[in-house]
Design a protein around this ligand. Structure first.
Ligand code: ADP
Length: 250
C-alpha cells in the first residue's frame, strides 16, 4: 500500500510556543482518517504543515513521499478549507467558473483553458451532482449547494488526497448526510484518501476508518476497532464515551 502522508518526530511552533510535539504516524492510500481534537489542539496547524504552509521546528512530514516544500505534484491534493468566502447574493461568478478555479493550482497564469479542462470541470460537476446548476450564480445558491461547488473545485484536478477541514459545520442534517455520502463514495469507489478534520467526535466513527486524536501530541491513532478495545482510551475518555465514539455497538 502506498504511503500518502508520513510524519516523523514532527514538531511545529507558532512564535515560541510548541503547538505540535513529536508526531509519528502514516496515512496509507485509501484510508479515511478522522482528525479530531479539542479547539486549539493543532488540527489546522497539522493540515497547514501537510500543505507546506507552515515549517517544521523539528522532524519532518512527507506527502506522497515529498517534503511539502518540494511538492511536485500539488494537484494530487484537494483541499476544502474551514471557511470559504462568504458569498453575497449576486457575487458575479457562476458555479462553472468557481469549479474551474481549481485548475489554476497547476496552471501558469498565461495558460488557456483547454478542451481537457472543460471535460475535467464537467466531470467534477457531475460527480458532485451540480451539473444542472452550473450556470447559476454562486451567490444565489443555498449553503449546501455552495458546499458542493467548493468540493467540486477541490476535486477538479482529480486529487488522490482530499483534506476537508470542518466541512459540515454550517450544513443542515440532510445536506450533511449527502455530503458524507459523497465523500464516502469518493473514498470507496475512487480510492481517494481522505483526511476529515472535525470536532464532532461522536459522529466521525460512522464514516471514517481511522481516528487520529490530537492534543498537541498524538493521543490515539488507529482503527476504530483498536480504539474500541484500547484500555488506555477507556481510561482517557471513560468507557461510555469510548463506545459512543467507536460506533461498534448498538
Ligand atoms: P485547532 O485547529 O485544533 O483548533 P490550531 O492548529 O488552529 O488548532 O491551533 C493550535 C494552537 O496554535 C492554538 O493554541 C492556537 O492559538 C495557535 N495558533 C494557531 N495559528 C496561529 C498563528 N498563526 N499564530 C500564533 N498562534 C497560532
Amino acid at each position: 500500500m502506498q504511503t500518502v502522508v508520513s510524519a516523523q518526530d514532527f514538531s511545529c511552533r507558532h512564535n515560541s510556543a510548541e503547538v505540535l510535539s513529536d508526531l509519528n504516524f502514516e496515512v496509507g492510500e485509501g484510508d479515511y482518517v478522522g482528525l479530531v481534537g479539542p479547539n486549539g489542539s493543532g488540527k489546522t496547524t497539522l493540515i497547514k504543515a501537510m500543505l507546506g504552509l507552515i515549517k517544521s521546528a523539528k522532524g519532518c512530514i512527507r506527502v506522497f513521499g515529498y517534503h511539502p516544500d518540494e511538492q511536485q505534484e500539488w494537484p494530487k491534493i484537494g483541499y476544502l478549507p474551514q471557511k470559504h468566502l462568504s458569498l453575497n447574493q449576486g457575487f458575479p461568478s457562476t458555479v462553472r467558473e468557481i469549479v474551474g478555479l481549481g485548475l489554476f493550482a497547476r496552471k501558469k497564469s498565461s495558460s488557456r483553458i483547454r478542451e481537457t479542462d472543460i471535460e475535467a470541470i464537467d466531470r467534477a460537476l457531475e460527480l458532485t451532482n451540480i451539473s444542472g446548476i452550473s450556470h447559476k450564480l454562486i451567490g444565489d445558491l443555498s449553503g449546501g449547494q455552495q458546499q458542493r461547488v467548493f468540493i467540486a473545485r477541490a476535486l477538479v484536478n482529480e486529487p488522490k488526497l482530499l483534506i476537508l477541514d470542518e466541512p459540515t459545520t454550517a450544513l443542515d442534517p440532510e445536506t450533511r448526510e449527502n455530503f458524507f455520502a459523497l465523500v464516502n463514495s469518493l473514498n470507496k469507489e475512487k480510492r481517494v484518501t481522505v483526511i476529515f478534520v472535525t470536532h464532532d467526535m461522536g459522529t466521525i466513527g460512522k464514516y471514517a476508518s481511522k481516528l487520529l486524536y490530537l492534543d498537541k501530541r498524538i493521543i490515539f491513532y488507529g482503527s476504530f476497532d483498536e480504539f474500541c478495545r484500547s484500555d488506555s482510551m477507556a481510561h482517557f475518555f471513560g468507557e461510555s464515551s469510548q463506545h459512543i465514539i467507536c460506533h461498534k455497538h448498538n
